[in-house]
Design a protein around this ligand. Structure first.
Ligand code: C5P
Length: 332
């Protein structure tokens, strides 16, 4: 029994990093947004035991360090299921790219594995939403957002997610430079910068220019949104969102990543010159994106960038409903 699932990417619309916590992680505030670029994950289950990862991209680990392996192990244990599991990763997204590829792959594996086991009718138990979120957060900070999809506020170490009303669909250009940036190293560099300049102090305020606040306040008529948030998380999400908006939509990682990879700063400049309303590094990079007025302008900008030798692709943001209902399951 094989189930294939699209594993979508995300971008960060702003990423605010606090100083290191006692456990070594960092408190984050970010708005995650899923986009239409994706990998494909195929999960097959059969008689026997063991987890096998298959991927043609040599940069993807095939052992138990792979996020897909780690989540499959946990899902099987939680469900008390015994099965031979084969996970095929069709890699289209960059590795270590800041688009959450490995995290998204893991969540897609969890969804596909549960569906595949159910199809074989060997499954008696179902994972609850809370259990899925817990398992996802255990595997990595960036996983739970993919159980929400669309526009979501991320706090805590990034694993605490609140659905926000979807931003209006936006045309984007995604640039994927060849270089891979290590997220743990980028956080360590942030700590070093923080010690030197106090850059992580929580009272930093940034000017809100062409900002998220404008999009959010105009995305519905009710001021700051609460319609899409869960009843439980709604008011907290709103308060945190207001904090985020007050501090602007800068990505703090740019301050440590750009000095090491000046070519990434140049690409941000190129996106701006190509007409983006807002351009930024996504996560710790190396992917950059630009938000554009229309698909036509984005397509033209991507083509112009490609002529300059930049690996650029025009795509769009993906709303929550489309993420789940239309696009997620490829085949069963
Ligand atoms: O949670 P995840 O495994 O994706 O995190 C990878 C690494 O990134 C962590 O080991 C930690 O070094 C760093 N990290 C952090 N603060 C966060 C998230 C990740 O310092 N909020």
């Amino acid at each position: 029994m094989t189930v294939a699932v699209r594993s979508f990417a995300k971008i960060n619309l702003g990423l605010y990093i606090s100083a290191a916590r006692a456990d070594g992680y960092h408190h984050l505030r970010t708005v995650y947004q899923t986009i239409a670029l994706h990998d494909v994950i195929r999960v097959s289950v059969g008689r026997g035991r063991g987890i096998e990862i298959v991927c043609k991209d040599p940069r993807v680990p095939l052992d138990s360090s792979n996020t897909c392996y780690r989540i499959a192990e946990r899902v099987l244990a939680e469900l008390g299921a015994q099965s031979q599991v084969r996970i095929e990763i069709e890699k289209r997204l960059p590795v270590q790219g800041g688009l959450g590829g490995a995290s998204s792959n893991a969540v897609a594996t969890m969804i596909a594995l549960e569906l595949a086991l159910r199809k074989t009718r060997t499954l008696k138990k179902k994972l609850s939403g809370a259990t899925r979120l817990r398992i996802a957060a255990e595997v990595g900070s960036d996983l739970p957002l993919f159980l929400v999809g669309g526009t979501a506020l991320g706090v805590g170490r990034g694993e605490e997610v609140y659905p926000l009303p979807d931003l209006p669909p936006m045309a984007i250009v995604v640039v994927t430079p060849e270089v891979g940036v290590s997220t743990p190293k980028a956080f360590a560099d942030w700590d070093a910068l923080d010690r030197l300049t106090g850059a992580g102090a929580s009272d930093r305020l940034f000017e809100v220019g062409c900002t998220l606040s404008a999009w959010l306040t105009h995305s519905n008529n009710s001021g700051y949104p609460n319609t899409g948030a869960s009843a439980k998380g709604g008011s907290r999400a709103e308060k945190l969102l207001l904090d985020l908006v007050r501090t602007g939509i800068e990505n703090d990682f740019e301050r440590v990543v750009f000095p090491q990879y000046p070519e990434l700063r140049d690409i941000k400049g190129a996106l701006e010159r190509a007409g983006s309303r807002y351009a930024s590094l996504s996560g710790s990079g190396s992917t950059l994106y630009g938000l554009f007025r229309s698909r036509a302008v984005a397509a033209k900008a991507a083509s112009r960038l490609r002529k300059q030798g930049v690996k650029a692709v025009a795509t769009s943001t993906l709303r929550r409903q489309k993420y789940w209902k239309t696009s997620l399951v490829v085949s069963r």
